[in-house]
Design a protein around this ligand. Structure first.
Ligand SMILES: [Zn+2]
Length: 214
């Protein structure tokens, strides 16, 4: 009985963490209106907590968070899960170290997404957080587990990927790291875009970038 109570408390704490993370990315404009989605792995059960489909971030309560098993069955919650759930589940299935995922729609990142041009890691912090240039996945309709598998191939060992003509996805071993990575991708995209107006920006030299990526 004591175990069940602590499990419920743990799940509620994780739902609150997800809601706070969603509010944070919404507040800085990375998921306009109801776009994007966030998820978090429950380390105890292995289940995945995800934001509901097409639901305003500023109205989210713990009751609105949907909990899925890795097969995609709803184990808790009454809302429709994000339509990108199969993509998130593909990542959790194949990348055991991933604890959190953010799919966002930041405007400067989308500039490179429509150009199908990788985002150069111009800022030191982007290099550290993302692990190199942010690759662009060739266009394909999202929302399927196969899309997730194909995306992981393009991502390789990076912690973020741009979806052609459709936002980006970042992963982390915590929700705060996945959010941090999302923010740094957008900052780098903005920096890259602005620098390109004035000339060809200088990349961080290879010998230093290797050290920074570790
Ligand atoms: Zn989307």
């Amino acid at each position: 009985m004591a175990r069940a109570v602590s499990d419920t408390r743990q799940l509620t704490a994780l739902k609150e963490e997800l809601i706070a993370g969603a509010a944070q990315v919404a507040s800085i404009g990375l998921v306009p209106l109801t776009q994007g989605n966030l998820s978090l792995r429950d380390p105890q059960s292995g289940h995945v907590l995800i934001t509901p489909h097409d639901y305003p971030y500023d109205e989210l309560t713990t009751d609105d968070v949907v909990v899925l098993d890795l097969a995609g069955n709803v184990v808790d919650g009454f809302r429709e899960p994000s339509h990108e759930s199969p993509v998130h589940l593909a990542v959790y299935e194949r990348r055991p170290e991933v604890v959190a995922i953010v799919h966002a729609e930041p405007i400067y990142t989308n500039v490179f997404g429509v150009l199908h041009k990788p985002i150069a890691p111009l800022h030191v912090n982007t290099l550290i957080d993302v692990g190199g240039a942010v690759p662009v996945m060739p266009f394909a309709p999202s929302g399927s587990r196969q899309f997730g598998y194909d995306m992981l191939e393009v991502m390789g060992d990076k912690r973020a990927v741009v979806w052609a003509n459709h936002g980006m996805l970042a992963v982390g071993d915590s929700l705060s790291k996945a959010i941090h990575c999302t923010v740094m991708v957008e900052i780098s995209a903005q920096l890259y875009h602005m620098a390109l107006q004035h000339g060809q920006p200088h990349l961080i030299p290879d010998e230093f970038s290797d050290q920074l990526v570790g």
